[in-house]
Write a protein that binds this ligand. Structure first.
Ligand SMILES: O=C(O)CCC(=O)C(=O)O
Length: 306
């Protein structure tokens, strides 16, 4: 897609009214610039096509992202109201499209293996070391019970026939290994540790699966209000593979025909800015056809989950 950089309202870095001898860096979201950003969004331009010209004209990356968010928030909220949709929330956005191939996650460099715009999915390589995966599995193995799902009628837990794995949950910060991994995730996703739930470890034996589902809490169900009191909605998920199954076990996104292969140490991240199928975040764990599959899942919330 092309973009006309000479357009009347294209972003400018310097306050041109300040005079040539007195150029001050402003990086301000002027009404003109706001209009230009909205025009790009209405024309269906992807976020990168809006961000790039700002960066090229000298904006700092975070200031540019903030300006785009501010300019589009009102538009998106009005669009949601007019169309009976839930209002969008901020979500972790670790990288843009055609971004870096390697991300600094503090104590480890993590590779970017694949990136999808809609649904927003990123496959990361080497998020966990072999030793970390093995320690997680060894700890969890003797503490497993049949996995439950959240019961949105009551806000409690319930065993569900669509989820045939076994699992266990850690409190956030439960031990040094959890804390190390949580800090790495927070750095990778640029999302505070306290906006994450404790890690959940799952084991799928041969034939076990997790049928396609959404991770957000359906706002129309009676138990949801109680769940949201603690940290608000889920806005993103990170599924980390603790082993490589001998067969099957991919994480699937059936609406878009995409699947992330389960490879030890890798992870699939996906975000959903509102609790609605329009996010295309329907996903599942495909049946394991040989061997077993282990994952650790981290769910990210809108607010502190204390
Ligand atoms: O096991 C997988 O690949 C997916 C896990 C999952 O969907 C979940 O924990 O919500």
């Amino acid at each position: 897609m092309t973009y006309d950089r000479n357009e009347e309202h294209a972003p400018r870095r310097f306050d041109e009214h300040a005079g040539s001898g007195n150029m001050t860096e402003t990086s301000q979201l002027t009404a003109e610039l706001e209009q230009w950003i909205l025009d790009q969004v209405r024309a269906g331009q992807p976020p990168e096509a809006v961000l790039e010209p700002l960066l090229e004209s000298g904006w700092e990356q975070q200031a540019a992202i903030d300006a785009i968010e501010t300019a589009t928030r009102g538009f998106l909220e009005a669009h949601a109201r007019e169309n009976g949709l839930p209002a969008p929330s901020r979500v972790p956005a670790p990288i843009g499209l055609n971004g870096p191939s390697v991300v600094d996650a503090g104590d480890r460099e993590v590779q970017v293996l694949a990136s999808v715009r809609h649904p927003r999915v990123i496959v990361f390589g080497g998020l966990l070391s072999d030793e970390e995966c093995e320690r997680m599995v060894a700890f969890a193995r003797s503490r497993l019970s049949r996995s439950a799902t959240v019961d949105l009628e009551t806000g409690g837990d319930i065993v569900h026939e669509g989820r045939t794995s076994q699992g266990m949950s850690f409190e956030r910060g439960a031990d040094a290994l959890c804390r190390r991994i949580e800090a790495r995730i927070a750095r990778l996703l640029d999302w505070p540790v306290d906006r994450g739930e404790g890690l959940q470890v799952l084991r799928y034996g041969p034939g076990a699966e997790y049928k396609p589902h959404y991770d957000y809490f359906d706002p129309d169900r009676p138990g949801t209000a109680k769940i949201l009191q603690r940290g608000g909605q889920r806005v993103a998920s990170l599924v980390m593979y603790l082993n490589t199954p001998r067969g099957g076990g991919a994480t699937t996104f059936p609406e878009v025909g995409f699947e992330a292969a389960a490879v030890k140490g890798n992870a699939v991240f996906f975000s959903y800015d509102r609790p609605h199928p329009m996010t295309l975040s329907l996903h599942g764990g495909a049946p394991v056809t040989a061997g077993e599959k282990w994952v650790a899942t981290k769910w990210l919330r809108e607010r502190a989950h204390d």
